[in-house]
Design a protein around this ligand. Structure first.
Ligand code: SAM
Length: 263
């Protein structure tokens, strides 16, 4: 989708890119093709696209023998997507907030999205609210968010979302980009990350994954306090940012936690 096409469609539908919905449309064909290649959908895969917008990735995805479910919140963009792709048997559009629809949408082997940056954390957390987390995800994110996902313990970017996502996924930072490939150009730099489901992930059901995330969040919200003050029996590293992902898993499963104030 070229910049001219994007502007033409928006004008024809009397739409303007909404900053409140993180609407920065991709018009660089090479980046679009690269994102789909990194996802590498296989024939028969059920793929979910978050925030299809005007369909820059949607059209390329539908060139594969997959079933595509697209989750879009903007009513005007949904009308455009229906007109362009609605006749395809392998396309389903779900109108609404993907934070709410993603956990229950049927079938999600792989997920892709040039994400609205203001809700990228809840969208990534929502992946783990599905009964079975998708095997692979490719996302365009704000560069700072990508850094948080891949952050190591004892760094400023390491937090609850790093622990949750790293417990379930191998995280690769594939590339960073400036704003020039989007219309309008965002003020921040972007990055592409790929998530690949780990074989050694915790075998928690979706509800238990949510509890795990809440537990870790509470630990990090007490950054300056020592974990021992919160969990009397605790003898591990002193502060939330010092615990590795596997130490967080162990702490979550520790029997003594049942009596702790941190639950
Ligand atoms: N995929 C298109 C592209 O690359 O050109 C659009 C990407 S744009 C960065 C983000 C898209 O997510 C917009 O279409 C926006 O309307 C949609 N969006 C924003 N918040 C959403 C939400 N909570 N649920 C679903 N879609 C959302």
């Amino acid at each position: 989708m070229t910049l001219t096409e994007i502007k033409r469609i928006l004008a024809a539908r009397n739409l303007r890119p909404l900053a409140s919905l993180g609407q920065n449309f991709l018009f660089d064909q090479n980046i679009c093709r690269q994102l789909v290649a990194w996802l590498a959908p296989a024939a028969g895969d059920r793929v979910v696209e978050i925030g299809p917008g005007l369909g820059a990735l949607t059209g390329l995805l539908l060139g594969h023998e997959i079933h595509l479910t697209a989750l879009e919140i903007d009513r005007g963009l949904c009308a455009q997507l229906r007109e362009t792709f609605g006749a395809r048997a392998n396309f389903t559009l779900v109108e609404g907030d993907a934070v709410a629809t993603l956990p229950a949408v049927s079938g999600c082997d792989r997920v892709i999205g040039n994400l609205p940056y203001n809700v990228s954390t809840p969208l990534l957390v929502a992946l783990l609210q599905r009964p079975a987390p998708p095997r692979r995800g490719v996302f365009m994110l704000q560069k700072e968010m990508a850094a948080r996902l891949g952050a190591a313990p004892r760094t400023k970017d390491y937090g609850a979302v790093s622990v949750l996502l790293q417990a379930y996924y191998h995280i690769e930072l594939l590339r960073t980009l400036g704003g020039g490939v989007f219309y309008p150009a965002p003020a921040v730099a972007s990055a592409v990350v790929r998530l690949t489901l780990r074989d050694d992930r915790p075998a928690f059901a979706a509800g238990r994954r949510r509890d795990f995330y809440q537990f870790v969040r509470q630990g990090f919200s007490q950054r300056r306090k020592k974990l021992r003050n919160l969990i009397p029996q605790y003898t591990g590293p002193e502060r939330a940012e010092e615990l590795t992902v596997s130490e967080w898993r162990e702490l979550f499963l520790a029997p003594s936690r049942q009596d702790a104030k941190l639950i």
